[in-house]
Design a protein around this ligand. Structure first.
Ligand SMILES: Cc1ncc(COP(=O)(O)O)c(C=O)c1O
Length: 421
């Protein structure tokens, strides 16, 4: 056993951690009356204890003023989405006019691709990761078909190494080889399976050099890594709010559209909430788009979901993503050491972390390939109150989230894993 993972040592690390107090601002699922060890924030974040603060306001307003709440609620529902804009923009490094919160993630990806995947006879291909999240691939394939092309031939997958990780140089060389045929590069900012973080800035620069549009699914990136979407020149992106952003299952998504793209006023699928506000309710037959990302809205806003997202965004705003990242680097280093120390045992079970090792190439998630009895280990951990997840064929995903995980969680995990093995 390694002293570095003594509970008392981990507790000292927690005492030195300026963010440790935030742990108590979240509900942790219980296991035998005690807090479980929750390492699945990459899938569904924990519930903030004050999650219903604004939610209750909306219920009160609805109860007391009915339809008048659209304009007279404590935060009027007519433009409720604007109460999120400032924090959302800060979170991803955007201008306020470049972001809006609406719908759910896959829906938003369709809306964005409708505008920004504009293939021509020559330039119609899309470059993406082979282990793209399945919903993203369904979105891409159906968009390709909608525009009259053949997905089999139009979607190009990047090669990956034996761990499923994309080598950055391959992204550049393939973009260069296909530069005259590529209409779009579409990547997960953080790959859902391997936890690999892409060099969004450099890949974006290269794509633009070849006149290729570039977009990102940031579901595993928002609230997890530092983003400067405006400065990096990303054309568009979308993310959900229920993973690292802790807004609850299936909750709303936000999108980013670079002002350079907004200015071009491309084709979009339109709805009344994207119509300019001044005469939205005059219900004219002619659509006039708001000239910000809000112009992509379709329906009036799902206020209840947004009210929870709002609480969560306030926590991020209070701490600042860079402080979270600083803690995350320490936490994931500690977790990595804990896992790798088991490879020194004389067991036939071996762990391989396939997530790249450099701090800038990973976020909170570590993806661990287990050569033997992986699913048994996963189930034993679950029975012992440790939340991790399993992705076929042989990967356990585990995230120590700086907002609510502690060094003590990791030390406890180490001892439980030891018993499981
Ligand atoms: C990377 C990624 N993209 C897309 C989705 C789909 O999100 P939604 O169901 O909110 O459309 C998920 C869901 O987990 C995801 O992880």
């Amino acid at each position: 056993m390694n002293n570095k993972f003594d509970i008392s040592f981990a507790q000292r690390l927690d005492l030195e951690d300026p963010l440790s107090k935030y742990r108590d601002r979240f509900h942790h699922p219980k296991h035998k009356d005690k807090n479980s060890i929750y390492f699945t924030g990459h899938s569904l974040g924990l519930q903030p204890k004050n999650a219903t603060y604004y939610f209750d306001q909306v219920l009160e307003d609805w109860q007391s003023m009915g339809v008048d709440g659209h304009f007279h609620a404590q935060t009027p529902w007519f433009d409720y989405h604007k109460s999120l804009t400032d924090h959302v923009a800060t979170l991803v490094g955007a201008k306020e006019k470049e972001v809006v919160t609406m719908n759910a993630l896959s829906v938003n990806l369709h809306l964005l691709l409708t505008s920004f995947y504009q293939p021509t006879k020559k330039k119609y291909k899309i470059l993406c990761e082979p282990n793209l999240f399945p919903s993203d691939l369904y979105v891409l394939r159906s968009q390709v078909e909608l525009k009259g092309f053949d997905p089999e031939e139009s979607i190009i997958f990047l090669p990956v190494n034996e761990d499923g990780v994309v080598e950055e140089r391959d992204v550049y060389s393939i973009m260069e080889s296909y530069k005259d045929q590529l209409a779009l590069v579409f990547l997960g900012g953080v790959n859902y399976y391997t936890g690999q973080v892409f060099n969004i800035e450099k890949i974006t620069q290269k794509a633009h050099l070849y006149n290729i549009m570039i977009g990102f699914d940031l579901a595993h990136a928002a609230g997890n890594i530092e983003l400067k979407l405006h400065e990096w020149g990303v054309d568009f992106a979308a993310w959900c709010s229920y993973k690292y952003l802790n807004s609850g299952p299936g909750n709303v998504s936000s999108v980013f559209i670079h002002e350079n793209q907004i200015r071009k006023n491309p084709f979009r699928l339109s709805g009344w909430w994207g119509h300019i506000e001044q005469n939205r309710f005059s219900l004219s037959q002619k659509f006039e788009a708001i000239n910000t990302a809000e112009g992509w809205q379709l329906s009036n806003a799902p206020i209840f979901g947004m009210s929870i997202y709002r609480v969560s965004l306030e926590i991020f705003n209070e701490i600042g993503v860079s402080n979270l990242v600083a803690k995350r680097i320490k936490l994931s280093g500690y977790l990595e050491d804990a896992i790798m120390s088991f490879n020194n045992l004389s067991s036939k079970i071996k762990f391989k972390i396939i997530t790249p090792g450099l701090a800038e190439e990973r976020g909170s998630q570590l993806s661990i390939m287990i050569n033997f009895d992986g699913q048994k280990i996963y189930r034993a951990l679950k029975e012992a109150g440790v939340y991790v997840d399993w992705r076929k064929p042989d990967v356990m995903r585990i995230a120590a989230v700086p907002l609510y995980n502690s060094f003590e969680d990791i030390a406890k995990f180490y001892h439980i894993l030891f018993k499981c093995i």
